[in-house]
Design a protein around this ligand. Sequence first.
Ligand code: NAP
Length: 326
Amino acid sequence: MTTRPRVYVTRRLPEAALAIVRQACELRLWDEEAIAVPRATLLREIADADGLLSLLTDRIDAGLLDAAPRLRAVATVAVGYDNVDVPALSARRVLLTNTPGVLTETTADLAWALMMAGARRLVEGQRLISAGQWTSWSPMFMVGQDVHGATLGIVGAGRIGSAVARRAQGFAMRIAYHNRRPAPELEAATGARHQPLDQLLAESDFIVVLVPLSAETRGMFGTREFALMKPDATFVNVSRGPVVDEAALYAALRAGRPGYAALDVFEREPIGADHPLLTLPNVIAVPHIGSATVATRTRMATVAATNLVAALTGQPVPHPVNPEAW
Ligand code: NAP
């Protein structure tokens, strides 16, 4: 009799994903929707697990691997994996998988929504009405910035950034992007121009950040970068919070350059209601919902479950992050 691989799942996931795991594996689950598994519980549960199905709220590091002698694969329900110490996994020949692609369009939609909401001051308008402060239509009341025809600068034009560029075509925007390497396919498809970061920051009306968090991109946006931006620029971050120095952003917004920030991600999540950025009228903050639609979150979970089961049953793995280590 062969024993089925044991899998620990760190959050209640859509049943479609759990069913994929159950079909081939013994499954144990941290059966909570809104509370992350406590570290001590995770370390206990991982002791005899062959596979881990986890989220970006779980820190996967050498300490966890020490507690997991049988672990062969970790499937994260995300495209970004800055919460995972990949070299530590590779050193122990543990495979990491992620969910690229399935969340691209949904996350680009949110980036677009934040851009529009900042440009046209939607949240401010809602607050103003709720506070009973709408007294009259007047010529320059609640004026914002045009999105159509403006210059968009995408920092990190990969899958999601390219999807944002495609949306910008429909708004007749001039599109600039900054990656470490030029992306000829993006340029051919959208007319986007590859620019050095400083030039992009100085010339763009909207700056949308979609780089992965890495040693190189941590703190990429600080006092110097904000000072380069136009006073009426809108800064949108949908990547990861630590790409931005939030204290510097706070000071920059107070000084009026950039004019607006719309943020999905933060240095520490969840941010509290007392976060200084929330005291500023020119900030929109949403709780890391880039990929949060029913269809996409369900697909992400099923893709992650499929990755994990494939890894544990010797099938070709659709989305390996460190295949060379396996
Ligand atoms: P991707 O296809 O790998 O794109 C990342 C882009 O960033 C690439 O074009 C890459 O180009 C560029 N890049 C990487 N390092 C850079 C650097 N140091 N300087 C300049 N450009 C750099 O990834 P994706 O699928 O579009 O996802 C991007 C990120 O979005 C994820 O890593 C994740 O953190 C974040 N995300 C957030 C949410 C959310 O809910 N808010 C949802 C999904 C994803 P080069 O390699 O040529 O530099």
